[in-house]
Design a binder for this molecule. Structure first.
Ligand code: UDP
Length: 239
């Protein structure tokens, strides 16, 4: 029997904020829900991790020394739970079956992360949203997403962004920036190219997990990527 495709999609918190840059834009949630539904309808098992940057980031919260970094990071992780609940609602509103699993126990709100349980949900066609990052301060949700992708034996991690993939230099600053369709982990870790933080990329490299960086705002793009469609807007990081 052919193995079912399983993917993990990482959305940044900022992506949920839409143009305002803060909070949650329901129109964005609705759009994402449509994209995820297409995947599930095509038999793809989907895990999701969402950042918290639209609400709070530990580093920014701790900037002036009043809030300790670890406390700021706890606040950041709680932001991801807020985003995850919003995403669950959006996914359920389009008829999907969804579970939120938090790395930090909060049993009145959602399940606690248990990998075996997450796998069972995925096998049953439920979308699983992994909330609260890794549960530890000093990490990012990119690292949390990579970790969960490896734990659930995902075929790839997809980093959903506002751009078409990875460029050799910042496309917002340089007109001659070119899109790199394929690159290796070493290049992805280099200073000019910021795919994810180094911890996340190193974890992906050690476990040969391909990282796809794609444009999430192009309708149907996620499905195209998974189907290997050449016209998809994305870059792939692998060895
Ligand atoms: N965070 C953390 N541990 C984790 C994941 C996240 O402490 O394992 C905190 C950290 O403060 C981070 C915040 O949660 O700044 C929000 O996550 P992130 O900055 O990765 O969100 P994004 O940039 O993707 O919106």
């Amino acid at each position: 029997m052919e193995k079912k495709k399983r993917i993990l999609v990482k959305f940044s918190g900022e992506a949920l904020a839409g143009d305002s840059g803060f909070g949650i834009d329901n129109a964005v949630l609705k759009f994402i829900a449509k994209q995820i539904k297409e995947l599930v309808e095509n038999g793809i098992q989907v895990g999701i991790v969402i950042g918290g940057g639209n609400i709070i980031r530990g580093v920014s919260a701790a900037r002036d020394g009043i809030i300790k970094r670890t406390s700021g990071d706890h606040m950041g992780m709680l932001s991801t739970v807020i985003n995850s609940i919003a995403m669950r609602e959006a996914l359920e509103s389009v008829g999907l079956d969804v579970r939120v699993q938090s790395a930090i126990k909060m049993e009145a709100i959602c399940e606690t992360f248990i990998v075996g349980r997450a796998n069972r949900h995925l096998e049953k066609g439920r979308v699983v949203i992994f909330a609260a990052g890794t549960g530890n301060p000093f990490f990012t949700t990119d690292t949390a997403a990579t970790l969960r992708a490896i734990e659930i034996d995902s075929d790839m991690i997809i980093k959903a962004t506002k751009v078409d993939g990875v460029y050799d230099k910042d496309p917002h600053k340089f007109d001659d920036a070119t899109l790199l369709k394929e690159l290796n982990y070493e290049l992805a870790m280099s200073d000019d190219i910021k795919v994810m933080d180094d911890t996340a990329i190193a974890l992906a490299k050690d476990n040969s997990l391909p990282i796809l960086v794609c444009n999430m705002f192009k309708d149907g793009n996620l499905l195209k990527i998974i189907q290997g469609d050449e016209s998809a807007f994305c870059s792939i990081v692998r060895n």
